[in-house]
Design a protein around this ligand. Structure first.
Ligand SMILES: NC(=O)c1ccc[n+]([C@@H]2O[C@H](COP(=O)([O-])OP(=O)(O)OC[C@H]3O[C@@H](n4cnc5c(N)ncnc54)[C@H](O)[C@@H]3O)[C@@H](O)[C@H]2O)c1
Length: 368
């Protein structure tokens, strides 16, 4: 049960949960502009990754099934707890459902009260692309102008527009095993000032690419990119290998480059890194952001971002979208936690309203 409320109402109230639906989130992003939304989100991500030590972190928990995975992703600082529920079922698109569906929440650390619940399907695509750009800014060659985009499904427009609008990519070379997906992506990108080249193979898409984004979905040890396909100076933004038994890069790609990750304990299990020995060297990106570790050190170096998606990104995205929605007055109120006159008398909820009131009166009289 939801009702619309205004920006003025968005002030915190201890028993109110605010809600952002996919329809309202989409309206907000249209109004703000998709690139501007990702610009703001990338800024929020940088601020939060910059205070990495403030967060209580853990690798997400995953429940696996033959065709997919359902994951829970918690994180908190001393004020807010965030979690995301997200699935990954590459088989879904055959039956008309998205591969990735998500929602999440922000709660008060002081009380545990859930204060905000949001769709995170659209928001995940935005935050994943914003994260890729935040990292590519430090790792890709500054003169990068051409990107190969392998995998042209739900995430792809967001990756394309983030790299175009926030990193200066001018030519995109698209490839997907499903030509209809590539046609869809090219049509969605048509209004933008981008040169789009539809390719018939990964090798064709890689021609002249400074950056390679792999964002495919296949619950398999796939090799989207082989060691022979990465060349000096390339930045690899590997987004789709994000689950045990689901990879995109040949081990040789990781060996040829320097590998950067979000949160090492999680990426060791889920990323392309799962193929490598436990002592294979990687750098957590926050260290680059804080100046504690180098990013790219030469124009010829190959850099690899082994992206899996970390809870902190959803914390940042949830807070960013809540602020945007609050300012625009599009948050709704959700009745989630019962209002109780006496917090110890949960049972009163089951009594007819008059009886519940007299129970409160009786307790008050005893207390007096
Ligand atoms: N790292 C992260 O933070 C993060 C966040 C969101 C999604 N993901 C992952 O990104 C991937 C893409 O998600 P989506 O929502 O776009 O899925 P999607 O199903 O909408 O699109 C995936 C596309 O990959 C294509 N594909 C599959 N195998 C291919 C191959 N060998 N070569 C070229 N194309 C191939 C499919 O035809 C499809 O069009 C998924 O694996 C998902 O789990 C990662």
């Amino acid at each position: 049960m939801t009702r619309k409320h205004t920006a003025r109402d968005a002030a915190p109230h201890h028993l109110e949960t605010f809600f952002l639906s996919p329809t309202r989130a989409a309206e907000l992003v249209r109004r703000t502009g998709v690139v501007e939304t990702m610009r703001g989100m990338a800024q929020a991500l940088e601020e939060d990754f910059g205070r990495w030590q403030d967060f209580e972190k853990s690798a997400r928990t995953a429940n696996h099934s033959p065709h997919g995975v359902i994951e829970l992703m918690p994180v908190s600082d001393d004020r807010e707890f965030a979690f995301k529920y997200v699935n990954g079922h590459p088989i879904n698109t055959r039956s008309g459902l998205p591969t990735v569906m998500a929602f999440g929440a922000l709660a008060s650390v002081d009380t545990g009260m859930p204060e905000f619940i949001s769709e995170l399907t659209l928001t995940t695509a935005l935050r994943t692309a914003a994260t890729s750009v935040m990292i590519a800014r430090r790792l890709a060659r500054p003169d990068s102008r051409t990107m190969a985009l392998i995998g042209n499904g739900a995430q792809s427009e967001f990756q394309a527009l983030a790299f175009h609008g926030l990193l200066g990519i001018r030519q995109l070379r698209l490839y997907d095993v499903d030509p209809a997906a590539t046609r869809k992506l090219a049509a969605n990108l048509a209004p933008h000032a981008l040169e789009v080249v539809c390719c018939g193979s990964t090798d064709e898409a890689l021609r002249g690419a400074d950056i390679v984004t792999t964002v495919t979905a296949d619950k398999a040890y796939a090799t989207i990119l082989g060691g022979h396909q990465v060349v000096p100076g390339m930045h690899v933004n590997a987004v789709g290998g994000d689950c045990p038994g689901k990879t995109e890069l040949a081990a040789e790609v990781l060996r040829k480059g320097r590998v950067f990750v979000e949160y090492e304990p999680q990426t060791r299990i889920e990323g392309d890194l799962q193929q490598m020995p436990a002592d294979f060297e990687v750098t957590e990106f926050w260290r680059v952001l804080r100046g504690e570790a180098p990013g790219r050190t030469s124009a010829a170096q190959i850099t690899v971002f082994d992206s899996v998606g970390f809870a902190l990104e959803d914390y940042s995205a949830l807070r960013y979208m809540r602020a945007l929605a609050g300012a625009a007055g599009v948050l709704e109120r959700l009745e989630l936690i019962p209002e109780l006159a006496d917090p110890k008398n949960l049972y009163a909820l089951l009594q007819p309203p008059a009886a519940a009131e007299s129970a409160v009166a009786a307790r008050t009289a005893v207390a007096a």
